[in-house]
Design a protein around this ligand. Structure first.
Ligand code: ZN
Length: 290
């Protein structure tokens, strides 16, 4: 008997799940089953954007890619620029040797390239605090291995402007900072504030120092929390160094005389740059602070 459209029929027709013979095509003989297939497009997009980045832990991903830690001497202790064998001595490397830097020591997890770059971008744009924490803990290990003090340390993340924080939805640098603080067993202080300016990524290298200059300051009352301590400034990516320079400057110049014992700068990824770093003006910061 032929079934009319919409007519209730019981029992339902048996689903033919027998294997298909070579060349056989069952076609659209089970239209109801086909309608019940879920729409995969939006879910696949969510899986790619949200679930894949955490499907494999950050540390494991970086280990697999060989980006989980650098050999001793892979970067300069003063400016964290990549150096080759014998290119660095106690006064720094060719990029920083004849210049003063406004911090005492620079460390990094690695060069901002390959898998490390992918992970940093995911932490930056997918709002995963846990992945940021994982990166921070690895950076904390680098700091410990580099001889960071075990006591009297305060972790200060490079701040994000309120406007950018609202747009991003998460302060990923603070998440990295929490990982560093957790690994070092040190407190974290959001000691700096920042006025909104165009992203450093959108301005030319030569304009970056001017773009960030004067935009950060020490919060009122934050000087007491850094006085006599080793401040570990934490940032995600360093290219020209202008942001860390401005942050160091604000710590030295603010605080009503509450100077830190030392400043370490800890960056997850340092952009490989051919030629010399733009470190002009570093001497002025130290001189002004004295
Ligand atoms: Zn150097």
């Amino acid at each position: 008997m032929k079934q009319a459209d919409g007519e209730f029929v019981w029992p339902p027709a048996r689903v033919d799940d027998s294997p298909l013979a070579p060349g056989e095509d069952r076609g659209t003989e089970h239209p109801i089953e086909q309608k019940q297939q879920p729409e995969r497009g939006w879910w696949s997009a969510i899986e790619r954007a949200w679930l894949c980045p955490v499907a494999v832990p950050v540390r494991e991903r970086l280990e697999i890619a060989g980006c989980d830690g650098e050999a001793l001497g892979a970067c300069c202790d003063r400016c964290a620029t990549t150096v080759g064998a014998g290119e660095e001595d106690e006064f720094g490397c060719a990029s920083c040797r004849d210049r003063k830097v406004p911090w005492d020591r620079a460390v990094r997890l690695g060069a901002y390239e390959d898998e490390l770059r992918e992970v940093i971008l995911e932490v930056k744009f997918t709002r995963f605090r846990s992945a940021g924490m994982a990166l921070g803990r690895m950076l904390g290990e680098v700091l410990r291995n580099a001889g960071a003090p075990s006591e009297g340390v305060v972790v200060v993340p490079i701040p994000m402007s309120t406007r950018r924080r609202l747009v991003r939805g998460v302060d990923h640098t603070a998440a990295i900072g929490r990982g560093v603080a957790s690994e070092l067993g040190a407190p974290m202080r959001m000691a700096l504030t920042r006025r909104h300016r165009p992203s450093q990524r959108t301005v030319s290298m030569s304009a970056r120092a001017g773009n960030v200059s004067g935009t950060m300051r020490l919060r009122r009352g934050a000087g007491a929390g850094i006085k006599g301590r080793t401040v570990v400034l934490v940032d995600d990516v360093r290219t020209s160094g202008a942001t860390l320079r401005a942050a160091s400057s604000s710590i030295f110049l603010g605080g009503d005389g509450c100077r830190p014992a030392a400043i370490w700068v800890a960056t997850v990824g340092v952009t490989p740059v051919r030629g010399r770093m733009d470190l002009a003006g570093l001497a002025r910061i130290r001189t002004a602070a004295k």
